[in-house]
Structure formats: C-alpha cells, structure tokens
Design a protein. Structure first.
Length: 307
C-alpha cells in the first residue's frame, strides 16, 4: 500500500498502562488525508495520553501506532519533520519576546518566518514585542498557534488548542483549520469544546475512561439523537405528551397551543400527522448538536456526575 492510500494516522488496539492502572484500552481510530478528526471527551478521558503516544513522548504498552506509515516510537524524528503540534498548556521562555519565541520554534523545525507568520500575528492580535513572562494564558496559546500554523506540515495535531482564547481568536483558529483542510492537510483536533469540533470536523471519535466508545461522521451519528421542536397550533396540543418518542415537553401558554420539546427522529411521521390535525401555524426544528450527541452516548452508558 502506498502512502497516498494509507491513513495519515493509524492507531490499532493501543493500550497504555501505568502500573496496574490501564489509562488506554484498545484505542483504534484513523485520520485520513485532508481530513479533520475531532477527538472528544471530558478532561481526564485519555485524549492527551493518546496524543503523547502519537508524538513519541510515551511508549504504548501494546497495539500499533503509526503516522505516515511509520512507527511513532521508533521513527519519531522522521515523523516530526512533517508534523506540527500545539499543546493545551503552553510554557514559554519568560525572558524572550513572543516574536523571538515564534522565530525559535520555526528554526527548531528548519523553517523561518514568512508573510504568513506576519498575517497570523495580526489576525490573532498578538503583540510580539512583549516578553513572554507578561503574557496571559491566551497570549501564550497564540504564540504556539502562530508558530504551528506558520509551518508547512502534512499533519497538524491540536490538543485543546483554544484554551484561554477569546471568541474572536477562536474564530480565527477555526478559519485557519479550514484553510489547512482546503490545502489537503490532515488535522487531529482534541477538544472538550463540542461546538468547536462541530464546526470543523469531518468525523469524530468519542473517548470515555480510556476507551473509544464511538467513531464516525456527524451525519451518521445524528440519527441516534433527538430533534428539538418549537410548534404553534390553532387547536390545543393536549395529548402530545402521549405520543411515542416525545421528551422534555414544555408549554408556554395556558391554552396549550405553543410547545417546545424533543422528538426521536423515527417518530417524526407520527408527530407531523398529529400536528396537522391541530391546524399547525408555525414549526421550527433544529438538528441535534454535538453536545446533544455527546450527552446521548454518556447517558446511554451511565456516567459519573463529574464527567
């Protein structure tokens, strides 16, 4: 199989044990050419441990982990020449300026500042002349993002990349990811911010307690979740609560003509017949969000309250 035909990232039944504690359990997923994979789960689920294995920072206990068809532990030097990475917690040299650190990070990868770097500095609204010790967490994150996005790489790995950024800079990051995707680059985006993943990712892998509980594209997963509905009718909606697949029903008027609720997708036909009989005036439906999907999987399997 040629490199063009194989996944950019491939993990097959990867486990990681720390003593008797099994942090990762048979982790299996791929990232394909030109694809953005969202790697989601709550903090502590195993996202960063998986990424450290991919980066060659941790040695897996068992399984197969490859990037560009090369073993991530044995061929880490060669892999890193084609890879760009941003961690969730960025620590910088305190006495260097942001601009000096960006230049240093680029030189460490055999690259140098370009017009793209200058554009990113402007877009992320970073003052590159200030010493890193004066930077907030968000500004430290900007330095790492600007250096990573300036580089020419085949794979970009982002581990909670927008931690500390304001909404405007989050949007700038999202635009940059879409630019990379359009250029055929591959991106692994680890996040617990579901709206962030939903806007950018082609597929998602959901991790819980060190195990992948689902992978797939968002459209194929959405059939498992409920559609949110807001309806208004001329006649009373009495009896709506008795229909199959209706959840979280709330009426906003005493005549029971205005309702908000969720409905299982496979019960839509029954619902529409019921509404038509009551002289439907207005209807708004909203597709399920990734947040809904995420909670669906966690509720279905039972999850601790802290997660």
């Amino acid at each position: 199989m040629s490199e063009m035909d194989q996944p950019i990232v491939s993990l097959q039944q990867v486990t990681k044990k720390f003593g008797h504690f099994e942090a990762l359990k048979d982790i299996t997923f791929t990232v394909n050419q030109g694809e953005v994979l969202g790697f989601i789960g709550p903090n502590g689920a195993g996202k960063s441990t998986t990424i450290r294995i991919l980066l060659g920072m941790l040695k897996k206990t068992s399984g197969t982990a490859q990037i560009f068809g090369q073993d991530v532990w044995q061929e880490d030097t060669a892999i890193h020449q084609r890879l760009s990475y941003v961690p969730g917690d960025v620590y910088l040299w305190p006495n260097l300026t942001g601009g000096e650190i960006i230049d240093l990070l680029l030189r460490l990868n055999g690259q140098q500042r370009t017009e793209k770097t200058e554009t990113l500095i402007q877009n992320f609204q970073l003052d590159p002349k200030k010493k890193a010790r004066t930077y907030s967490k968000g500004n430290r994150q900007k330095v790492a993002l600007i250096a990573a996005l300036s580089q020419e790489a085949d794979l970009y790995i982002f581990d909670e990349p927008t931690s500390g950024l304001d909404p405007l800079n989050e949007r700038t990051f999202q635009q940059e990811v879409m630019r990379l995707k359009a250029a055929g680059k591959s991106i692994l985006l680890s996040s617990h911010i579901l709206s962030e993943v939903e806007k950018m990712c082609d597929r998602i892998a959901i991790i819980r307690d060190g195990a992948i509980i689902e992978t797939g594209d968002l459209l194929s997963m959405r059939h498992l979740t409920r559609i949110k509905m807001t309806v208004r009718t001329e006649d009373s909606l009495t009896g709506l609560e008795k229909l199959p697949g209706i959840y979280e029903l709330k009426f906003s008027d005493s005549q029971l003509q205005n309702a908000e609720f969720s409905v299982d997708r496979d019960q839509m036909d029954t619902l529409m017949r019921f509404l038509a009989e009551r002289k439907l005036i207005d209807l708004i439906s909203a597709p399920p969000t990734l947040e809904d999907l995420f909670m669906h999987y966690y509720e279905k399997r039972g999850v601790d309250s802290h997660a």
